[in-house]
Design a protein around this ligand. Sequence first.
Ligand SMILES: C[S@@+](CC[C@H](N)C(=O)[O-])C[C@H]1O[C@@H](n2cnc3c(N)ncnc32)[C@H](O)[C@@H]1O
Length: 322
Amino acid sequence: MTQNQTSRTLKHTSVMKDQAVDALNIDPTGLYVDATYGRGGYSESIMNRLNQHGALIAFDKDREAYEHAHKKYHNDARFKIFQTSFKSLSQVLREYYHGRKINGIVFDLGISSPQIDDPKRGFSFSKNGPLDMRMNQDEGDSAAEWLKKATEKEIADVLKVYGEEKFSRKIASAIVLSRSSEKSLQTTKDLSDLIRNTVPFYEKTKDPSTRSFQAIRIFINNEIEDIRDICEQLPLILSDHGRVVFVSFQSIEHRVIKQFIKKVTAGNESFDSLSGLIGPIKKPSFKRIGKATQVSNDEVMDNRRSRSAWMRVLEKLSCQDT
Ligand SMILES: C[S@@+](CC[C@H](N)C(=O)[O-])C[C@H]1O[C@@H](n2cnc3c(N)ncnc32)[C@H](O)[C@@H]1O
């Protein structure tokens, strides 16, 4: 990165973009949601498929993502971006769209390349910068602030649950111990040095900091709770045959999405053919469209950051279907 570059000018290569937008099965007059704008790769592709009656709502917590979208689309009345979590979608539909239902929503989860590549954002252990990691730079505790006040158990739990870090307790203990030394954890290098000095290089392909950085980022940005929250809203805000497309990268994201899919596609579980009904019949509210699809080898060759991506697609059933 050159001195003048900031995350405003850094680029993001969209992952599984054509597959994800194709999977929305776009009606040119419909209302769609890009839940994670980033640098607008998905949004641009959706906008290209809408006519003058269609509309797109986008979300991103990140100020620079918001500014990117605002600059690009401020003259286009079909497009609106909100600098907030996608979990505000129901509220936005009530306040700005008269409670209209949406025809489709796409999630491209996690963080963007401009966020990772700008050292000032503090997401990367390989680039020294302030230990921040917030998607929304204007809200909440930075990673450094949280690590200063969290208990040892809270830190260990976060590292274990969100990072599947097997040395979670050892790292948490070293973090708490570091508070009593003169130099508290202020930078990404401070934290990655501490982790390197605490645990061995135990995985061939991963720096010892990888799991802890991922875990702390997921926690301070409330990433998993936001996904759970919007999933609860989806059955109510999608129109019949509306599509949901998830592109996810981390095993904890895959797990939460799979649990949601299992829940909303399950039906008639409590019907017993011998004894008749043994409980209320559970109707599925969604069907799966295709199988979970992994990113192609060709895409990974072009963009290594796509390597853990999976796409999953659902369609809302109408009353007649269920
Ligand atoms: C992988 S990038 C999306 C890239 C985008 N599809 C593109 O093609 O440019 C993920 C973006 O989602 C944002 N994000 C993640 N979780 C979010 C949430 N719960 N609410 C709003 N934005 C979120 C991040 O700030 C980041 O900019």
